[in-house]
Design a protein around this ligand. Structure first.
Ligand code: OAD
Length: 365
């Protein structure tokens, strides 16, 4: 009996030890995983979902619709709005976006014989073979394009004192042309506005680069006579401007409303900015399709939530998707805010002004 008891005691003890060691093992694994997740979140400057405040997940919008967002803006007198944009806000100006099926730039690059469509914006490829980029640049140069009603809506937000900052991935300079002041603008993927020699870093203006590009020659540096002059567009393989990181760190934590327009939200780190607003900050997407939801890798690593249109989710209840054309969405928003006629008038006046400027320049030539 006592022997049996001893055996049972031993077995119990060894089971307990095994259980302890397996739970210790699990704890170690869990904490390793947690460390990796935290490290990744820090490196990628993503929001860390473990810090997600469940308490603050109460409904912040009266209803999850554009009307709910309009009420929210009207009720928050000093509402600090951040707008985020991609190529979709410029398509009605005649500039193609990147990923739309058939009309997107990446679907129409066969003639350049690229290893893959994105190579045209990859630094390594450009260093070896800059011709395809400059051939394409002739079509993409910000010339003759006019900002869209969506661009002027962003300007109205600024004029009304509601715009904290506009973050754009676009390189077409249409935000500047629409009259948005430089301090309100973050050109996350750089701009065509200026350029630089890749060898000696000598700076060049858009008009200098434009002349060469239109002549069909690769712009070569006149200082060192060696380097190719590349517009200050952020290529894949290059860092985003310091201004992007500096201001994003500051702005997103203070925003009261985020409006995302015309982007597929697939290019990082821009896409993850949506996770950097406070957990009770409403987010309105104005786009042809739903985008920016959590991807599988992030779900696996518990890294970012992305936009959550599913109201059953515990983190849902603040995101609204208005699906359709950006200009129509912005006009609708402006009308509901009581600025409909003002926006139409601004677009008309500014388009007339830009046409008159172009005519004056053409008659000078
Ligand atoms: P994409 O082409 O990836 O996405 C454009 C999004 O806008 C898609 O979801 C379209 O459905 C939508 N869209 C197009 N026209 C629209 C319209 N008139 N109204 C509403 N929605 C519309 O463009 P981006 O998200 O800007 O990077 O792409 C991000 C980055 O990928 C670019 O900045 C570029 C590219 O590689 C670099 O060049 C570094």
């Amino acid at each position: 009996m006592s022997e049996h008891n001893d055996d049972a005691e031993k077995e119990k003890k060894s089971n307990e030890e095994a259980a302890n060691s397996s739970s210790e093992q699990e704890e170690v694994e869990h904490s390793d995983m947690e460390k990796i997740r935290k490290y990744l979140a820090q490196m990628l400057r993503l929001s860390d979902s473990s810090n997600y405040d469940e308490q603050s997940q109460q409904r912040v919008l009266r209803e999850l619709s554009i009307d709910g967002v309009v009420d929210y803006i009207k009720e928050n007198e000093n509402c600090k709005i951040i707008t985020m944009a991609g190529a979709g806000i410029s398509t009605s100006a005649g500039i193609p976006d990147f990923r739309s099926p058939s009309s997107g730039l990446y679907h129409n690059l066969e003639k350049y014989n690229l290893p893959h469509p994105q190579a045209i914006f990859e630094l390594d490829f450009f260093m070896e073979n800059p011709e395809p980029f400059f051939t394409l640049a002739r079509e993409l140069l910000p010339e003759g394009f006019k900002p869209t009603p969506c661009h002027y809506f962003i300007r109205l937000l600024w004029e009304k004192g509601l715009l904290l900052r506009h973050y754009t991935q676009n390189i077409d300079t249409l935000e500047r042309m629409a009259g948005l002041p430089p301090e309100k603008l973050v050109e996350a993927h750089g701009t065509f506005h200026t350029g630089r020699c890749l060898k000696c870093r000598a700076p060049y203006t858009l008009s200098w680069m434009k002349e060469k590009i239109m002549e069909g020659v690769v712009p070569k540096c006149e200082e060192c006579n060696e380097g190719v002059v590349k517009p200050d567009i952020v290529f894949f393989g290059e860092m985003l401007p310091e201004r992007f990181h500096f201001l994003a760190d500051r702005d997103f934590a203070q925003a009261d409303l985020l409006i995302i327009m015309g982007s597929s939200l697939v290019v990082q780190p821009f896409a993850s900015l949506v996770d950097r607003v406070r957990s009770n900050c409403p987010r309105l997407l104005i786009n042809k399709e739903k985008v920016g939801m959590q991807d599988r890798l992030s779900r696996l690593l518990g890294l970012r939530h992305g936009l959550i249109f599913d109201t059953r989710s515990s983190h849902g209840g603040r995101d609204v998707a208005w699906l359709g054309d950006c200009d129509t969405g912005c006009q609708l928003l402006a009308e509901k805010l009581g600025w409909g006629d003002e926006l139409k008038e601004l677009v008309k006046k500014e388009h007339e002004r830009l046409s008159a400027e172009t005519n004056a320049e053409t008659s000078k030539d």
